[in-house]
Each structure stands twice: as C-alpha cells, then as structure tokens.
Design a protein around this ligand. Structure first.
Ligand code: SF4
Ligand code: SF4
Ligand code: SF4
Length: 322
C-alpha cells in the first residue's frame, strides 16, 4: 500500500518541470491616458481661498453639508469625506504674512481625485466598480456594483476615496470630474465658478501646455490667465501678477501622470501633496500579482501531480497485492 518510489520520483520530476515553467512575469509599463482625456489645472498661486469651488461641488453632486463647528451654521468641511468631494486646504508657516511664500507665508491647495492615468483604485477594485473611461479618462464609480470592500481606499496613493461609514447603505465617495455635467455638455462645476481661473477645466494636453506657459512667464509681471473651460474660452480671462512658481507641474509624472495637474509657488510636499515615483502603483501591484499567481500555479500543479501519482500508485499497489 506504499507509494512506489520510482513513480513518486517521476511525479516529482513532472512537478519540477511545471515549477520551472512558472518563470517570473515581465513588469508591465504604466498605462497612459487617452489622447482626448479631460482634467483640471489647479494653480495654487491664483487661488484666493474663497471656496466657491467647494460649494459648487456640493451643489453639482448633491452632497450634504458637513460641520466642523458646534453651531452647525455653515457647511465647513475640513477634509474630503463621505460628504465632501473637494476641499481647499491652507498651508501656513510662522507669521503667515505673505501669500505663496514658504517661510512666514501661506498658500492654498485643492484636494480632490487626480484622475490618474493608471489608477490604482481601478486596479485594486475586484468587481470593476471603479473604472477609467476610455475616451475622457475620467475615473468613475458605480455604486450598484460596489461590494464595500474598500480596496480602493487602501490603494489610492493620494488618500482620495472615502467610505460613507455613517450611512445605512454606505458607498465610496470621490470626485468623478462632474461626468454627469460633461454628459450634459457642461464641465466641472468647480472650474465653472472659480473667479480667478485657479481651477481650470480642459483637455489634459492643453492644460499641460498652459501650465508650461505659466512656468515660462516672468515672475512679477502682469499676465492674463484663462478661466472656466480652456478649450471653449467661455469666460473672460483673469489678470494677475505672475508668481514665483516652483518649476514643476505636479501630476505630470507622479505615479504615471494624472489628469488633474497642479502649479504652486510653495513646495508641493508642504501643501500635502505626496512625493511619489513615476512608476504607477497599479503596474507594480499587477506585476507582483501576476508573478505571485504565476509562482503559485506551479506548486499547485505540482501538488495535483503528486496527488494523482499517489492515488494511481495506491491503486497499482492494491492490484499488485491481489
Ligand atoms: S473657487 Fe477658485 S479661487 Fe476660490 S477657493 Fe476654489 S480654486 Fe480657489
Ligand atoms: S487619485 Fe486615487 S481615487 Fe483618484 S484616480 Fe487616482 S488612485 Fe483613483
Ligand atoms: S470636478 Fe466636480 S466633483 Fe470633482 S471636485 Fe470639481 S466640482 Fe467636485
């Protein structure tokens, strides 16, 4: 009734061959955004902290107010949450006297989904409730598919998706670039109401060119900045003095690029924007998964072969005993 040693070794050899076949999978490159992807350019130096964009976002997306004061008189969200898709945060150092200065100054930063070119929330979602539109590149969410696992919350390098813990039927909450408005021929509400053009909507390639144009301007000189929709010129431009920009477009390279890009005169990490590699998290995790599963398949196949050999040998031994 024992396993025949010769057959065991034959099985082990077959399993070894399968193991060898489970060679590591090549790392996949970053995915790129569609050519006609749309997004936002947020220029911190033009932002006056009026929060019109926060109010417009709430109204356009039917989100409830959120209170951070005991009086509960005003909608006063301090961060994005299950009730708030967009906030303006403030940086302040020392005396906080001068705008757009790192030391003893202050600056603003818009916080909302960046619509990554290769989004890790989409990669992590096991049921495809998070998807990236093949034309606009907008990262959308389908509450009817979502199972509430919160993998997207853990996967996002910017901490964007939020879970509505306080609701009986919780959903994930995140900016979807006002895709319902875009479907109606409009554009992002936050960009539409921004009085200075600090939040500007448009085709990402044109927003990137506009960002580069601003970086090439002479600091201190007066210049004109488009407002609203960069591609339709639906609003008259805003006139302001050119700031001392950090020579960097945030979102141009981070995790493979984002469709919401940013300019600032204060280092981005001071404004809460993380320093990230150019390699997308999705490409890294998907490569690891494939390598891991590829490596797991071989041992599983090996185990299967061993089980088959053991069963067959037991039968053979039983027949031999007869
Ligand atoms: S509406 Fe424009 S200027 Fe006002 S807080 Fe928002 S981004 Fe800044
Ligand atoms: S910022 Fe986060 S939630 Fe938005 S697309 Fe990128 S990974 Fe997804
Ligand atoms: S694009 Fe729409 S949902 Fe996103 S932050 Fe702006 S107003 Fe809010």
């Amino acid at each position: 009734m024992s396993i025949n040693r010769r057959n065991f070794l034959k099985g082990a050899l077959a399993g070894g061959t399968l193991l060898a076949a489970g060679a590591p999978v090549e790392a996949r490159p970053n995915k790129t955004m569609p050519p006609d992807a749309v997004g936002l350019l947020y220029d911190s130096t033009l932002c006056i902290g009026c929060k019109a964009c926060v109010a417009a976002c709430k109204e356009a997306n039917d989100m409830p107010p959120e209170f951070s004061t005991t009086e509960q008189l005003w909608d006063t969200p301090l961060d994005i949450s299950g009730k708030t898709l967009n906030v303006i945060k403030m940086y302040k150092d020392g005396t906080g006297e001068t705008k757009d200065v790192e030391k003893d100054g202050f600056a603003f930063m818009k916080v909302s989904c960046l619509h990554c070119a290769d989004p890790s929330c989409v990669s992590a979602c096991p049921v495809s409730a998070m998807t990236k539109d093949p034309v606009t590149g907008i990262v959308g969410y389908d509450k009817s598919i979502c199972i509430g696992c919160r993998y997207c919350v853990a996967a996002c390098p910017f901490g964007v998706p939020r879970f509505q813990y306080d609701r009986a039927l919780p959903q994930i909450s995140k900016c979807q670039l006002c895709r319902h408005r875009i479907a109606d021929g409009k554009y992002s509400a936050c960009a539409e109401v921004c009085p200075t053009g600090a939040t500007l909507f448009g085709k990402v390639t044109d927003l990137q060119a506009e960002a580069k144009r601003r970086l090439a301007l002479k600091p201190g000189e007066e210049s004109q900045f488009p407002r609203g929709n960069l591609n339709t010129h639906d609003q008259s431009p805003h006139t302001a003095k050119v700031a001392h920009y950090i020579p960097e477009v945030y979102g141009e390279k981070e995790v493979g690029g984002t469709q919401v890009i940013k300019l600032s005169a204060v280092p981005f990490d001071q404004l809460g924007m993380p320093k990230l590699p150019e390699r997308s998290y999705a490409s890294v995790s998907e490569t690891m998964q494939h390598t891991l599963y590829g490596g797991l398949l071989a041992p599983l196949a090996f185990l299967g072969v061993l089980t088959y050999v053991a069963k067959r040998n037991v039968k053979d031994d039983e027949n031999d005993d007869k």
